[in-house]
Design a protein around this ligand. Structure first.
Ligand SMILES: [Zn+2]
Length: 91
């Protein structure tokens, strides 16, 4: 016997939501964590200055919310400069 599916009923609430913005329109959201000197157990390459963050040096770890695989370690000063470079003109 044929399988009868219930008719698709549009959800009235969904109809009132604004369309979801494309990911490219959203500001890049990162979570920034502080890495204490005792937590820095290896050397990291800072993407801001292409220099090394030495072992035992306190720094920041920046994790994009939508791509946690892309976490990067930054010197604090380099990250603040990067943030100004990214956001400075909008504020
Ligand atoms: Zn740096």
């Amino acid at each position: 016997m044929p399988l009868v599916l219930p008719p698709a009923v549009p959800d009235p609430q969904l109809g009132h939501l604004p369309p979801r913005p494309a990911a490219a329109d959203l500001p890049a959201m990162e979570s920034v964590g502080l890495v204490q000197p005792y937590q820095a157990r290896k050397r990291y390459l800072c993407p801001g200055c292409q220099g090394y963050i030495e072992m035992g040096e306190g720094h920041l770890v920046v994790v994009p919310e939508h791509s946690p695989d892309l976490r990067r370690h930054w010197h604090r000063a380099c990250w603040h400069r990067e943030r100004r470079r990214r956001h400075g003109r909008r504020h």
